[in-house]
Ligand binder design. Structure first.
Ligand SMILES: [Zn+2]
Ligand SMILES: [Zn+2]
Length: 246
């Protein structure tokens, strides 16, 4: 462990603390409640504890938040909203639920966004070609890798894997994705779900399906481009979880 003198310190709102701690304070504000047996229980902000910790005059002595703010998780001042004891040491087994800002991200880097654009663009181009220049009910792969002349088993593995992964994305956590990622995933859904169907329905219906696929993948492509342009939101700076501000 580093000794305290080796840690860089910063001044945050007039309060001295170790580098990286202000980010933890900000992240803590996005965690307004605990969960207990699936129930949401609001946290007690600094200054509303039964004990007087001097919130009117000083920041929290342990985690440095100001009056009215939520303590940084693992702060020894935070009071349990169920039993009134220290959250750190009580037996209520409360879980902190993640706030909106910490939802899982599909795309967390610029290169990830670029891959999404390229992938969606490739599949989009193929979908459009099939919609307007080809007999649409002809079987084709979700992942247009035919030109790589891969062995058939490899094509099957890649496509099946991709299919399962997309199904997982569509069903497991579209609600937790942020706006544009949701559009991106949603845009892929018709292509994924309807492609296998196209081989077994009449040609005219397969034709219609192809237009639906083309329109939705175009939406996905624009969403991917937008994510790339605005850049993915960054996670909190990496820092030691055991770090204390002093
Ligand atoms: Zn605190
Ligand atoms: Zn408790």
């Amino acid at each position: 462990m580093l000794s305290m003198s080796q840690r860089k310190r910063v001044l945050y709102r007039g309060v001295s603390m170790i580098k990286g701690w202000p980010e933890k304070i900000e992240a803590a504000q996005r965690l307004p409640s605990f969960t207990l047996h699936g129930r949401s229980i609001p946290r007690i902000p600094y200054g509303r504890e039964q004990n007087d910790w001097g919130a009117d005059k000083n920041p929290c002595h342990d985690c440095r938040v100001l009056k009215g703010e939520f303590h940084v998780p693992s702060c020894d001042v935070e009071e349990c909203p169920v039993c009134g004891a220290q959250v750190l040491s009580c037996d209520c087994k409360l879980d902190l639920v993640l706030g909106n800002e910490q939802k899982p991200r599909l795309i967390s880097s610029r290169s990830g966004a670029a891959i999404a654009v390229i992938l969606t663009g490739l599949v989009g181009a193929q979908t459009f070609r099939a919609a307007f220049w080809q007999a649409p009910h002809r079987f084709h792969w979700i992942m247009p890798l035919d030109y790589l002349r891969l062995p058939l088993w490899a094509l099957w593995t890649v496509n099946l894997g991709f299919y399962v992964w997309l199904l997982f994305l569509c069903t497991a956590f579209p609600r937790s994705l942020r706006g544009k990622e949701r559009i991106l995933v949603a845009g892929w859904v018709p292509g994924v779900l309807l492609s296998p169907v196209q081989g077994i329905v009449p040609a005219s219906l397969a034709n219609g399906i192809q237009y639906v696929k083309a329109a939705s993948i175009m939406g996905a492509f624009f969403a991917a481009v937008a994510i790339l342009l605005e850049g993915p939101t960054r996670d909190d700076a990496p820092s030691n979880d055991d770090a204390v501000p002093e």
